[in-house]
Ligand binder design. Structure first.
Ligand code: ATP
Ligand code: MG
Length: 262
């Protein structure tokens, strides 16, 4: 990140890219992960690179659901490990969730590298590595169907930052509550999840840590009541409306582009 000028208008975004490139060079971010990030960046541009109100709502509800779960699991892939490893471990501690490595492109080497990144960031236990991922998610093919028998396989609630549509649907069919973090409100993942957080993981996880610090003092009844009022379809519609309104506003402004003053 040293080459990025401090006043560069896209500095934040470039630093995040560098973190992924570093993870790629270290061998645990998949090539496809770099492409997926680009797709995410596009949607982040549309929402204005901030946590929009429906995202904050979903993040708060998601934390309440995690806090009331019996066996909550946070699924971690290469991109998540590259971007928010310390924050994942912190959130897992606050909501008492187990952490599981869960890769679309599973290799033993990548699993172990990701587990190491998480342990270096304070995780005491990382599920889903090697033989630990010996249970099979029904109706999925190839290595993607493997999950830990102590983790995702038996979980009632799974938080999946950057998950794939097929697997989200398969987890739902198993009766699990799936919380997805996905910048694309139109993806199959976003549509199939029980709770969809349309936000960048680099903002979503820190927001969820703050909500967890607040909500962990609430009673179970209060949490259950709060969750009851939530409707994911309605919340996703609010996301689309937000984007439409924002683009309309921008389209009607006099100056779309502001040139930097010399
Ligand atoms: P689906 O399989 O759900 O239809 P897809 O095939 O379009 O989705 P994938 O390549 O499976 O997408 O997964 C990448 C998803 O992750 C994209 O939808 C992208 O918007 C999202 N994404 C990428 N980077 C981030 C990020 N930093 N924060 C949140 N979401 C992200
Ligand atoms: Mg996909």
């Amino acid at each position: 990140e040293s080459w990025i000028p401090f006043n560069h208008p896209r500095r934040e975004s470039l630093i995040i890219r560098e973190m992924l490139v570093d993870g790629f060079k270290a061998g645990y971010v998949a090539t496809q992960g770099l492409i997926a990030h680009g797709r995410g960046e596009c949607f982040d541009y549309l929402i204005g690179e901030v946590s929009i109100p429906p995202a904050l709502t979903a993040e708060r509800i998601a934390v309440a659901v995690l806090l009331t779960a019996k066996h909550p699991v946070i699924s971690v892939n290469g991109n998540t490990a590259a971007l928010v490893p310390r924050q994942i471990v912190k959130l897992a501690g606050l909501v008492n969730a187990r952490i599981e490595v869960n890769l679309f492109y599973r290799t033993r080497e990548r699993e172990e590298l990701i587990a190491k990144v998480l342990r270096d960031n304070g995780a005491e236990e990382v599920l889903g590595v090697g033989d630990d991922a010996s249970c099979v998610i029904p109706e999925l093919f190839s290595e993607r169907r493997r999950a830990s028998c102590r983790g995702i396989y038996v979980a009632d609630v799974v938080l999946v930052p950057l998950e794939d549509g097929d697997r989200t649907e398969a987890l739902r069919r198993m009766g699990k509550t799936v919380i997805a973090i996905d910048l694309n409100p139109l993806s199959r993942t976003s549509r199939a999840a029980s709770i969809t957080i349309v936000d960048n993981v680099v903002r979503a996880i820190p927001n969820m840590i703050k909500f967890a610090e607040e909500l962990r003092n609430w009673s179970r009844d209060e949490l259950v009541n709060m969750v009851r009022g939530f409707n994911n379809d309605e919340n996703l519609r609010s996301v689309l409306r937000y984007i439409v309104d924002r683009l309309n506003k921008l389209a009607n402004e006099d100056f779309l582009i502001e040139f930097p003053k010399q």
